[in-house]
Design a protein around this ligand. Sequence first.
Ligand code: FES
Length: 154
Amino acid sequence: MTSSGGTPPADDNKGRRRFLETALGTGLLGLTAAIIYPTWRFVFPSKNVRVAEQAVSAGFVDDYPPNSGTLFRFGEEAALLIRTPEGEFRAFLGTCTHLGCNVEYRADMALIWCACHDGRFDLTGKNIMGPPPRPLQSLTVQIREDEILVSRST
Ligand code: FES
């Protein structure tokens, strides 16, 4: 005899309960991972982050003729090394202070340029045109036996 309403059979309840337990367990597992992973990364930062706190090699002096520049990896960030037309080396974080696009060196204008909104910075990293609200963050450059080492400014 079948019924058209009322209490579902016991097998239906078990299936529904199992589904809810699985869904709840998966959600709790995801929530736990979302809390533990950032905490873990904070306590044990990756080697790349530690490298950026120390000096990073950006190549050798001969790699950069005067009036040139290139982006290079600085830990988990991009950095820009430039050699001014006068031959001086300077480095900055390569992230535009407007909306975070990567900047690049423009030899034709002898300045640092952001293609996203035509933001411009002079060779000291100062914002001089366009929407960037702040200068680029400068980095320290040291030359040791022709190797260019870049580190965070202290
Ligand atoms: S992101 Fe660089 S000018 Fe807008």
